[in-house]
Design a protein around this ligand. Structure first.
Ligand SMILES: [Zn+2]
Ligand SMILES: [Zn+2]
Length: 330
């Protein structure tokens, strides 16, 4: 066996200076036996994938992925509650009282479409595999089948017993190694990685747009109604109830627009510089050849720059994740 296996929590890019050493067969076989047991335990207890149902299939999610983290599930439910509250209150307080005129029809269509796209982007970001490395793909037998050359160093995650490709990090919440992991986001109850970053960026974009749109309509409603003492089509509910709804909507709109705009800009900056959030945080020396801004955007959103970049129903063609050169070239 002409290669050395490193058990490490480090990313491959942190592991400079390792040299080939012959494997100690006795010690190695004991370790490998333990690893085989760990692999079978992992496949029984740590499988985060569930079978797809009709709903997920219709959304283009063929292998549903759902992280069973109570904190993340609460945050995701809270996100839906706030989104639906904002959409329903905007429709009921700002648009419905006006009736079917040009202003309310156009704004209602744009606003509800943005809210729907934000909702779909969230579901896709939450229920798509962010780029998890298969569990237990680094057993002695499987490593032997790779035909690795003498001197080649392979990094193995001790927790999921998998080979760690370049730019892969282990997430302690997902309990998996994630390709190009940017960060774990409790609001989408998932990691943001190579395969779902597009949906996460779209989620932040659409939430920012829907919040700003709501704030503009709030301002228009307030300015046009304050002079008429809230008569006519200004208040469908009683005045105190309308004021309470408008105040909560303003607070939610300001908070959401600010938070998601910052997240959106951070994500776009990370994509343009071809450096994930974790890599920036750890100040890792890049061992990969950095892509240009345009190529990096294409690697996240899809190979052809068109309107599909903004469509959360379209899966970006960023590779199957089964490219062996990528998997083992460390
Ligand atoms: Zn791992
Ligand atoms: Zn995670």
């Amino acid at each position: 066996m002409g290669f050395k296996v490193e058990h490490t929590d480090m990313t491959p890019s942190q592991g400079h200076g390792l040299r080939l050493e012959p494997l100690h067969k006795k010690g190695q076989s004991k370790t490998e036996d333990d690893l085989e047991k760990q692999v079978s335990r992992l496949s029984e207890s740590n499988n985060k994938c569930c079978r797809c149902c009709g709903l997920t299939r219709s959304l283009g999610i063929h292998q549903a992925w759902f992280i069973q983290d109570p904190c993340g599930i609460i945050c995701a439910v809270l996100t839906y509650a706030l989104l639906f509250y904002g959409v329903i209150v905007t429709d009921a307080v700002l648009l419905y009282p006006i009736g079917w005129d040009v202003y309310s029809t156009i704004n209602g269509f744009i606003f509800n479409s943005l809210g729907f796209l934000a909702f779909i982007s969230h579901i896709k970001a939450m229920m798509n595999d962010p780029g998890a490395i298969p569990l237990g793909n680094a057993t002695r037998d499987q490593l032997g089948n790779l035909g690795l050359k003498v001197g080649q160093v392979v990094y193995r995650c001790p927790k999921c017993v998998c080979i760690k490709p370049e730019r892969t990090h282990h997430c302690s919440v997902c309990k998996r190694c994630i390709r190009k992991m940017d960060h774990h986001c409790p609001w989408v109850n998932n990691c943001v990685g190579e395969f779902n970053q597009k949906y996460f960026v779209l989620f932040t974009l659409y939430i920012a747009l829907v919040s700003i749109h709501s704030l503009i309509m709030l301002l228009v409603h307030f300015v046009s109604c304050v002079g008429t003492e809230w008569g006519g089509s200004c208040a469908h509910f009683s005045l105190p109830v309308t004021v309470i709804f408008m105040m909560t909507l303003t607070m939610e709109g300001l908070l959401f627009s600010l938070f998601t705009l910052i997240m959106f800009c951070t994500q776009v900056h990370a994509i343009c510089t071809d450096e994930t959030g974790i890599e920036q945080l750890k100040r890792e020396q890049p061992t990969w050849s950095k892509k240009t801004r345009c190529l990096s955007m294409k690697s996240v959103f899809g190979s052809k720059m068109n309107l599909s970049w903004l469509n959360p129903f379209v899966k970006p063609d960023v590779g199957s994740g089964k490219d062996l050169r990528y998997m083992y070239s460390v």
